[in-house]
Design a protein around this ligand. Structure first.
Ligand SMILES: C[S@@+](CC[C@H](N)C(=O)[O-])C[C@H]1O[C@@H](n2cnc3c(N)ncnc32)[C@H](O)[C@@H]1O
Length: 255
């Protein structure tokens, strides 16, 4: 969300209302093979939402929130899962760096814990450059989802403590440039079937025991192609996918 939306959200916050970005081309659950699994009778709107608390303002700075598509709720989950895996051997891997906000949050967490882990952040930095309409649906189109430039993201993540490897180009081709011997945490947020599948297989091969992979796109109807990739790969590895209630996110843990 941009700064205007943040400003409006600041005004709406006392009333408990929040603006959220909707995809331009909405995909209705009725278009999917399991539409009833996308509806829910529960009303969770009165639940405790710790991510709204002022204590998290320390983490959700403008450098993060102005450079991410992730809501405060999703950033909170990402933050906590990276924190949970700080003691697990390996580096941090992200497929779909976007404008760099999620990477900046993970970097700030590493720095605050004096963790020397490196970050490997992959993106075309030019939006979708290859889409498979058969797997991803006609609503996903080349050049959609353009975020900030490679140069802007490089500036956002410049620091003097942790190695940040920005890998520009199309996944799966760029995965060979990731030379991390082990991965402790992976964030997979590319929205599309093929790069989700390739990035997940790559991360699982290198994930240390106790490591976690968070998916951003499991429960959106619009990213059903990514969900199928996650389910195929995790079924082959006999790993249960844990879907987060009332979120688009899901995760797996390597036992
Ligand atoms: C939803 S955005 C990532 C958002 C980001 N994690 C954040 O914090 O806002 C999805 C990203 O995936 C990238 N992407 C999609 N397909 C890709 C591919 N095959 N290879 C590399 N990047 C890809 C897009 O360029 C886009 O920046």
């Amino acid at each position: 969300m941009g700064s205007l939306a943040n400003f409006i959200n600041g005004l709406l916050k006392p009333a408990g209302i929040e603006l959220v970005r909707l995809s331009r081309r909405q995909v209705m659950p009725a278009e999917l093979p399991d539409p009833t699994l996308y509806t829910g009778p529960e009303d969770y709107h009165r639940l405790f939402r710790p991510w709204r608390g002022a204590e998290f303002d320390r983490w959700f700075t403008p450098a993060v929130t102005d450079n991410t598509m992730l809501s405060r709720q999703k950033l909170y989950f990402l933050l906590r899962m990276v924190q949970q895996t700080l003691g697990v051997p390996g580096d941090i891997f992200e497929a779909g760096a976007g404008s760099g906000g999620s990477g900046r949050l993970m970097l700030e967490l590493l720095r605050s814990h004096h963790s020397g882990k490196a970050l490997w952040l992959l993106d075309t930095f030019e939006g979708y450059q290859k889409v498979d309409p058969a797997k991803d649906g006609a609503h996903m189109q080349v050049n959609d989802c353009k975020c900030r430039s490679f140069e802007d993201v490089t500036r956002l993540l410049a620091n003097d403590t942790n190695a940040v490897h920005l890998v520009k180009g199309l996944i799966p081709g760029t995965l060979a440039q990731v030379t991390a011997p082990a991965i402790s945490f992976a964030h997979i947020d590319v929205n599309l079937h093929e790069p989700t599948k390739a990035a997940l297989e790559f991360a699982l091969e290198r994930l240390s025991r106790g490591g976690v992979i968070v998916f951003d796109d499991y429960n959106w109807p619009a990213t059903y192609g990514a969900r199928q990739a996650i389910e195929d790969v995790c079924a082959r590895h006999r790993l249960p996918v844990i879907s987060l209630p009332e979120s688009t996110q899901a995760f797996v843990v390597k036992p």
